[in-house]
Write a protein that binds this ligand. Structure first.
Ligand code: KIV
Length: 311
């Protein structure tokens, strides 16, 4: 498929059934691990689709890995909606979760429901995620009551990382672990269909998930959760620099991309690109006629006085 000379990959027919909330519950019950990844645009969504991912999160981590902000705080609802719409176009089967950015839900239940509805209506995500316990539990309850499924998120919650003392593991003290456990139980009690555990010691996660009925998804929380999530750009090595302890890199796409673009630049400069395969041809007769037109005396050297002055 192409448009204006630019091509894009059509999502392949996956042959899989769309992932539903009952399917996730079933997977948890059967001990079948759930694979979740973030995506922020059409190509990353088609990759997730083709790779057989179960849940795709349009995470507010987009703020950092796509938009270049220092943290997740600045990203807006409008930005998340543009990204979410692109992701929707590339997804067929994974369950799509829209992340609620900072400032889109904390102030009141009304605001939370309004923005959750915007995400669902405008991007086509089926569910939303919001961070932390505390007031978020009330907001999650309101959104669930409005009919939108909610994924909770405990442990390291980047939107409030400053208050947590920075980007570091949570629940490392007994008090911290109790708070984390209470938040997770509270999120479950208001109807969250799943809960993300981020940067939590494996033994604490293991102890808490035993008390939970809903599926749990870990990122830096050990192997006891029902599934795992990683940020697309981290796992593929699109992001560079220091990574969180919990990131495993499965590819080095940044190096590949730099190498590809560098080769292109070299070939442009050395005139090796474009090659004959990359150019359009023209019928010799058409070319000859065009050349005769160019060779006309009147076109040979246009003179300044040939041009009409501007009115
Ligand atoms: O925004 C995000 O990518 C997330 C995941 C790390 C769970 O919240």
């Amino acid at each position: 498929m192409s448009s204006g000379g630019r091509s894009h990959t059509a999502p392949p027919p996956s042959g899989r059934q769309p992932v539903t909330l009952p399917r996730l519950a079933e997977m948890k019950a059967a001990g079948e691990p759930i694979a979740m990844v973030t995506a922020y645009d059409y190509p990353s969504a088609t990759v997730a689709e083709e790779a057989g991912v179960d849940i795709v999160l349009v995470g507010d981590s987009a703020a950092m890995v796509v938009l270049g902000y220092k943290g997740t705080e600045p990203v807006s609802m409008d930005e998340m909606i543009v990204l979410g719409k692109a992701v929707r176009r590339g997804l067929e089967t994974p369950l799509m979760v829209g992340d609620m950015p900072m400032g889109s839900y904390e102030a009141s239940n009304e605001l939370a429901v309004q923005n959750a509805q915007r995400l669902v209506k405008e991007t086509g995500c089926q569910t939303v995620k919001l961070e932390a316990g505390g007031i978020s539990v009330e907001r999650a309850r309101a959104i669930v009551r409005s009919g939108i499924p909610v994924m909770g998120h405990v442990g390291l919650t980047p939107q409030t990382a400053t208050a947590l003392g920075g980007y570091k593991a949570q629940g490392k003290t007994a008090q911290g672990a109790i708070k984390l456990c209470e938040d997770a139980l509270a999120l479950q009690s208001v109807g969250c269909f799943a809960i993300v555990f981020e940067a939590v010691p494996a033994a604490i996660t293991e102890a808490i998930v035993e008390k939970l009925e809903v599926p749990t998804i870990g990122i830096g929380a050990g192997p006891a959760t029902s599934g795992q999530v990683l940020v697309f750009h981290d796992l593929l090595g699109i992001t560079t620099g220091r990574m969180a302890k919990f990131v495993k890199r499965y590819a080095d796409v940044h190096e590949e991309m730099v190498g590809g673009v560098r080769s292109y630049v070299d070939e442009v400069r050395s005139r090796h690109f474009p090659e004959p395969d990359h150019v359009y041809g023209v019928e010799p007769a058409e070319l000859a006629e065009f050349r005769r037109y160019l060779d006309q005396e009147s076109l040979a050297s246009p003179k300044a006085w040939d041009w009409e002055p501007l009115p």
